[in-house]
Ligand binder design. Structure first.
Ligand code: ADP
Length: 271
C-alpha cells in the first residue's frame, strides 16, 4: 500500500515504463515496415530487371494507380494516361518515377522504345504548377530538333486539361523571342538554341525546378559538353532536380553525369 508522494512516484514510474514500451514497439514496428519495404522493392526490381546503385532508393511503382494512392497525383493525369492507352508503367518508368517523385536525382539507362519520355514527363507534371509569364519551371534538352518536337507533342498530350505553357524552342524564338511576356512553364530545346537564347535573348532560367537531359549519350557525343555545362549553370535554382536519360551509359557519360549531379541514383534496365 502506497501513500501520498510514494504512490505518486510509483504511478509516474509505471507510466514511464509504459511509454518506453510503446516507444520500443513503435521503433520495432517502423523497422519491420522498412524491412518489408526493402524486400518489396527487391522483388519488384528482380521482376522487372531493374538495377540500381544509390542509397535509400524508393521502391519501383507497382502500378499507375499508386501515383494517386501514394504520391497524391492529380486525377487528370491518371485520366490522360488511360486515354493515351498507357495501362501499366514500363520498368524504367516504375523506378525513375518513384525516384524523381521522392525528390532525388537520377541517371537512367534503358533501351530505345522503353518509355523513357513518360518516365521524366510524368513526375515533372506532378511536381511543377502552371504559372505566370516569364517563369520557366522545367527545361528538357534533346539532341535533335525532331526529338525536341516529338517530346513537346507528348508533353502537351499528357498535360491536357491543365494550363501548362509547353513551348518548343524554335530558331525564331531563340533569335527574336520575348521570353518575359511568354507563358512558358516547360521549355523543350536543343542545347545550342537554348544557349543562344540565354545569351542573346536574356532568358532567365534561375527558377527552373526540373532539368532533363534526354538521350544524354547523344547530347554529350555531339560535343555539347561546354554548352550543356553553361545551361546547367544557368539553371541555378539550388533545389533543382536534374535527371539524365539515355539508351547507353558509357563510362565517360557517367563521369560527366556525376559532375552535374552529386547524389544521383543510377538506374539500368536490362543488361
Ligand atoms: P524511349 O524514349 O525509351 O526510346 P519512348 O518514350 O519514345 O521510348 O516510348 C516508346 C513508345 O512506347 C511510345 O510510342 C510511347 O507512347 C509508348 N509508351 C510509353 N510508355 C508506355 C506505357 N506505359 N504503356 C504503353 N506504351 C507506352
Amino acid at each position: 500500500v502506497f501513500k501520498g508522494a510514494e504512490a505518486k512516484e510509483a504511478a509516474e514510474e509505471s507510466v514511464e515504463v509504459e511509454v518506453r514500451e510503446d516507444e520500443d514497439s513503435a521503433v520495432v514496428r517502423r523497422r519491420k515496415e522498412a524491412e518489408r519495404e526493402i524486400e518489396r522493392a527487391a522483388i519488384l526490381r528482380k521482376r522487372y530487371d531493374i538495377h540500381i546503385s544509390g542509397h535509400n532508393v524508393p521502391a519501383p511503382l507497382e502500378s499507375f494507380e499508386e501515383l494517386v494512392s501514394r504520391y497524391d497525383c492529380d486525377s487528370y493525369l491518371v485520366g490522360n494516361l488511360s486515354k493515351l492507352g498507357f495501362q501499366e508503367p514500363t520498368p524504367i518508368q516504375r523506378q525513375a518515377i518513384s525516384i524523381l517523385l521522392s525528390g532525388r536525382e537520377c541517371f537512367a539507362c534503358a533501351p530505345t522504345g522503353s518509355g523513357k519520355t513518360l518516365a521524366f514527363l510524368l513526375p515533372m507534371l506532378m511536381k511543377i504548377k502552371p504559372g505566370s509569364k516569364g517563369c520557366v519551371k522545367a527545361v528538357i534538352l534533346c539532341p535533335t530538333r525532331e526529338l525536341a518536337a516529338q517530346t513537346t507533342r507528348e508533353c502537351k498530350k499528357l498535360a491536357k486539361g491543365r494550363k501548362f505553357g509547353v513551348k518548343l524552342m524554335t530558331k525564331d524564338l531563340s533569335q527574336d523571342g520575348n521570353f518575359k511576356d511568354m507563358h512558358c512553364d516547360i521549355l523543350v530545346s536543343t542545347p545550342l538554341r537554348l544557349d543562344h537564347a540565354i545569351r542573346k535573348r536574356d532568358l532567365d532560367l534561375s527558377r527552373v525546378e526540373y532539368l532533363v537531359l534526354d538521350e544524354s549519350d547523344k547530347l554529350f557525343e555531339l560535343g555539347f559538353v561546354e554548352v550543356i555545362d553553361s545551361i546547367v549553370k544557368a539553371c541555378s535554382n539550388p533545389s533543382i532536380i536534374r535527371s539524365l536519360f539515355s539508351a547507353t551509359l558509357p563510362e565517360t557519360i557517367e563521369a560527366l553525369a556525376r559532375t552535374i549531379m552529386h547524389d544521383a541514383v543510377r538506374i539500368i534496365v536490362g543488361r
